[in-house]
Design a protein around this ligand. Structure first.
Ligand code: URA
Length: 221
């Protein structure tokens, strides 16, 4: 008799295939619970800064997008800035790209609420989703640094060329920032593709999955 898959297992395999194509990857191992860390008061910091008007984006935003996730996360994901959906909801990566990101996290046994924290370099949406300006980064990056100080992640992963270039202060293509463990003020940082890029170009799914396997291995080492 043919073995039958349960409905959740079938759904899981379909999701993995949707993300990574016909070559199916499985990662069903439970991640060991990580040791307790004393969590800083992220929520108090959020309340302290959420009315920020240090740059003109304070006037044009709908919502200040502080970040979402586990305040004790070992993995911190950093995008460039909120887009339209994020600006309306007040949460990072909630559009189609966010859904794909959630699927990728699931494939390494994590989620945006479990062992992961997600935020952006800029906490407010730039008009028409243009790239962050140097002056905006200068005002906003200290918020990211404080989030890192409170969360104490083992690894930061920046999503996409713009976030990578901004954090590393380089003007290099994404390809040449990948596959390197950089240093961001004392915390290891890796650069991978932005999930929105995967929606535009299927061929990036494979190298992205390679990156996330390295991310998983780094976190488990
Ligand atoms: N792109 C980003 O870089 N960040 C978001 O929050 C959403 C889309």
């Amino acid at each position: 008799m043919k073995p039958r898959l349960s409905e959740p297992a079938r759904r899981y395999l379909k999701q993995v295939r949707d993300i990574f194509g016909d070559e199916i990857y499985l990662d069903l191992n439970e991640i060991d619970p990580e040791p307790e860390k004393i969590s800083g008061d992220l929520e108090a910091f959020h309340r302290e800064v959420c009315e920020c008007q240090k740059c003109p984006l304070g006037k044009s935003r709908n919502k200040f997008v502080f970040g979402v996730g586990d305040p004790n996360a070992s993995l911190l994901l950093v995008g460039e800035a909120p887009g339209r959906d994020e600006d309306l909801k007040g949460e990072p990566f909630v559009g189609r790209a966010g859904f794909l990101l959630d699927q990728i996290l699931k494939a390494i046994g994590r989620s945006r609420y479990k062992n992961v924290y997600i935020c952006n370099v800029l906490k407010c949406r730039p008009p028409e989703n243009r790239d962050p300006l140097a002056g905006e980064v200068e005002q906003c990056e200290p918020y990211l640094l404080e989030q890192i100080r409170l969360i104490k992640p083992k690894l930061i992963v920046s999503l996409g060329r713009v976030a990578g270039q901004t954090l590393l202060r380089v003007d290099k293509p994404l390809k040449s920032m990948r596959n390197i463990i950089h240093d961001y003020y004392g915390t290891p940082l890796m650069v991978t593709y932005h999930p929105a890029a995967l929606l535009r170009n299927e061929n990036l799914k494979r190298p992205t999955w390679d990156d996330f396997k390295k991310i998983r291995d780094f976190l488990e080492a």
